[in-house]
Design a protein around this ligand. Structure first.
Ligand code: SF4
Ligand code: FES
Length: 248
């Protein structure tokens, strides 16, 4: 199987694409293919991974113009005969502009996740994504001496989807608003804001809603829902953002 992979000489932009021929074995993922390339053809190829099991969120990248986890994407699912926007994503330049010479029916195209600064090859700088969570203080402050707060199954059910987020940033990389506006908090941070607002154990839930409704938050979202389509964990950030917009 042929792969066309984005490379970066200066560490800031894609400088060119390299082509590799991967020997495919049953059950291989895109991450396995990258390992084969790095081990046998080009040790300089850089990419990020850790768990190899769709848990850590490290291997988010653009595969055939769709933001996906490399370790969760089986080569057998990459049908070469119909490469046109199979997830029906709302397009923006990084999801549309193809490199010269790419042949969608013959080659798997692998590029860095959009909407975050490039560090090298397939590795992006996640600081902006993480710093947003820190800026919004997306956690519950527990004071010393605080008693346990029990939660009923019904209360837990309300946040079931949202606690599954693995912080992979696929939603951030798929969002046309993030593509246009670096200041937009993004789908994952807003989904997490709603998770803490709606968590029955949160002592001061209003602060989460206030920040999420701020000028860089939910009002910028146009409910395009690319985030819902690409999320590998079914978090459905767009649904949470809709609730933030509607909440008083
Ligand atoms: S909401 Fe989904 S796509 Fe976004 S960071 Fe969390 S797991 Fe990844
Ligand atoms: S390597 Fe951990 S999610 Fe892919």
């Amino acid at each position: 199987m042929l792969f066309r992979i984005a490379r970066s000489k200066d560490g800031e932009t894609i400088s060119h694409y390299d082509q590799y021929k991967v020997e495919v074995k049953e059950g291989m993922t895109v991450l396995d293919a990258l390992f084969q390339i790095q081990d046998k053809m080009d040790p300089s190829l850089s990419f990020r991974y850790s768990c190899r099991g769709a848990v850590c969120g490290s291997c988010a990248m653009l595969i055939d113009k769709i933001p996906r986890l490399a370790c969760k994407t089986q080569l057998s699912t990459l049908k070469r005969d119909d490469k046109k926007n199979e997830m029906n994503l709302e397009p923006f330049p990084a999801l549309v502009e193809a490199p010269n010479g790419w042949s969608p029916s013959d080659e798997v195209l692998v590029e860095p996740l959009p909407n975050l600064p490039l560090l090298k090859d397939l590795v992006v700088d996640m600081c902006r994504f993480y710093e947003t969570l820190e800026k919004l203080k997306l956690w519950i402050d527990i004071e010393k001496g605080t008693e346990y707060r029990n939660q009923s199954p019904e209360e837990r059910k309300r946040i079931d989807r949202l606690v599954n987020c693995i912080m992979c940033a696929l939603c951030y990389g798929s969002c046309p608003i993030n593509a246009e506006n670096e200041d937009y908090l993004g789908p994952a941070a807003l989904a997490k804001s709603w998770r803490f607002f709606d968590d029955s154990r949160t002592p001061n839930p209003d602060r989460f809603l206030k920040d999420a409704k701020g000028e860089s938050g939910a009002p910028l979202c146009e409910l395009i829902m690319n985030c819902v389509r690409v999320c590998p964990k079914g978090v459905a950030p767009g649904g949470a953002i809709r609730k933030i917009k509607e909440a008083e």
